[in-house]
Design a protein around this ligand. Structure first.
Ligand code: RP5
Length: 152
């Protein structure tokens, strides 16, 4: 994430990964405040064994796109809700990547972070049957938990 202040949002992704039993690193890597840290992380991520990168940032949110420019790992971008523009700035900054460097963009805020965790699990599940089973069980439990009426 671009700032420690993004953590309350990005923790939703971490919670999801915890629930599905996936390992992760939760790092603060700012595109504009720590550009060298960002480059070192993005360029070395694949060699270090990372499989998916979830990048959350707010405002002029160039972090996901910059990371995606330095790796071919899948990058999932989470637009963090900003004070000035409620995250619309973050969303457009992350979603409107020019053709050639993709960022898979999620919804603004906590729902986007949660779904980024789920989507990362889906990607990992393509090559890991145990993760695929946990993910399928989680989705089934979510379905079962939906009541048929408001009095249930
Ligand atoms: C972005 O600026 C961060 O991702 C964060 O969402 C936003 C504000 O950062 P702070 O000023 O709270 O550190 O880079």
């Amino acid at each position: 994430m671009g700032s420690r202040s993004d953590w309350p949002t990005m923790k939703r992704a971490a919670d999801m990964l915890d629930e599905l039993g996936l390992d992760y690193d939760a790092r603060v890597v700012s595109a504009h405040r720590t550009p060298e840290r960002m480059a070192e992380f993005a360029q070395g991520a694949a060699d270090k064994g990372f499989k998916v990168i979830i990048a959350g940032a707010g405002g002029a949110a160039h972090l996901p796109g910059m990371i995606a420019s330095m790796t071919t790992l899948p990058v999932l971008g989470v637009p963090v809700e900003s004070k000035a523009l409620s995250g619309l700035d973050s969303l457009l900054s992350i979603a409107q990547m020019p053709g050639g460097v993709p960022v898979g963009t999620l919804a603004i805020g906590e729902a986007g972070a949660k779904n980024a965790g789920l989507l990362a699990a889906s990607i990992i599940a393509l090559g890991d049957d145990a993760v695929a089973k946990r993910l399928a069980d989680w989705r089934a439990a979510q379905t079962t938990a939906v009541p048929h009426s408001v009095s249930d």
